[in-house]
Ligand binder design. Structure first.
Ligand SMILES: Nc1ncnc2c1ncn2[C@@H]1O[C@H](COP(=O)(O)OS(=O)(=O)O)[C@@H](OP(=O)(O)O)[C@H]1O
Ligand SMILES: Nc1ncnc2c1ncn2[C@@H]1O[C@H](COP(=O)(O)OP(=O)(O)O)[C@@H](O)[C@H]1O
Length: 203
């Protein structure tokens, strides 16, 4: 698949460990996955805000936003979703190298695509956050009226309706927004990061 030839890896004089030491926290990807409307973006944005307010460098890569720019040439076939996730995985790796806690909010419905991203990162750098909100609840919310359109057949291949969602088998974190508040979810993620020594929140 690689088309580039005659390329050599350029080393730099500052590495990830030095950046992490300067920032005072580790870097990793919080990889949110779940149905449309499950709460990925809402939680990711809130965690980013919390981390920012506690002097931790973080950044959200969001499905809709990235599809306006970097991935504007991709649709929703299985192949295009795989390429979408591959590119975001590579971008996340760069962000992690830059020392940033990166939050990605993509449906990322295929186990294989998510596992491919896990493999290009160091073992503790990929934290899978399964936003396990039931389809009925997501559909009832229907924030963007997309489920309505999918049910009417106006959108083909909509995740959860006529395209698959493969739930993670061993996510590091599981959240069900039909059972827990946004504040609880944020705390759950921050606690995970603290417990596993990615960050230390000053008292
Ligand atoms: N066919 C189909 N299936 C699922 N979602 C669709 C579709 N068409 C458009 N949308 C809108 O695109 C958002 C999902 O984009 P992602 O990049 O996260 O999708 S994927 O990871 O490549 O599967 C998704 O946004 P979220 O609601 O934020 O998940 C939808 O708004
Ligand atoms: N406990 C909760 N946690 C997160 N979102 C919630 C919660 N309860 C209701 N919501 C609502 O659910 C919707 C989730 O939408 P969004 O975050 O865009 O989902 P996704 O990014 O997964 O498509 C938002 O309108 C949000 O306000």
């Amino acid at each position: 698949m690689a088309k580039s030839e005659n390329i050599t890896w350029q080393t730099t004089k500052i590495d990830k460990a030095q950046r992490q030491a300067r920032f005072g926290h580790k870097s990793a990807v919080l990889w949110f996955t779940g149905l449309s409307g499950s709460g990925k973006s809402t939680i990711a944005v809130e965690v980013e805000k919390y981390l920012f307010e506690h002097q931790i460098n973080s950044y959200v890569l969001d499905g809709d936003n990235v599809r306006f720019g970097l991935n504007s040439n991709l649709g929703f076939s299985a192949e295009d979703r795989a390429e979408n996730i591959r590119r975001i995985g590579e971008v996340s790796k760069l962000f992690v190298d830059a020392g940033i806690i990166t939050l990605t909010a993509f449906i990322s419905p295929y186990q294989e695509d998510r596992e491919r991203v896990r493999k290009i990162l160091d073992p503790d750098e990929f934290i899978e956050v399964f936003v396990d909100t039931p389809l009925e609840v997501c559909e009832q919310r229907d924030v963007k009226h997309l489920y309505e359109k999918a049910r009417r057949g106006e959108i083909k291949g909509f995740t959860g309706i006529d395209a698959p969602y493969e739930a993670p088998e061993h996510p590091e974190i599981t959240i069900d927004t039909s059972k827990q508040s946004l504040e609880t979810s944020v705390q759950q993620i921050v606690s995970y990061l603290e417990k596993h020594h990615y960050i230390k929140i000053a008292d």
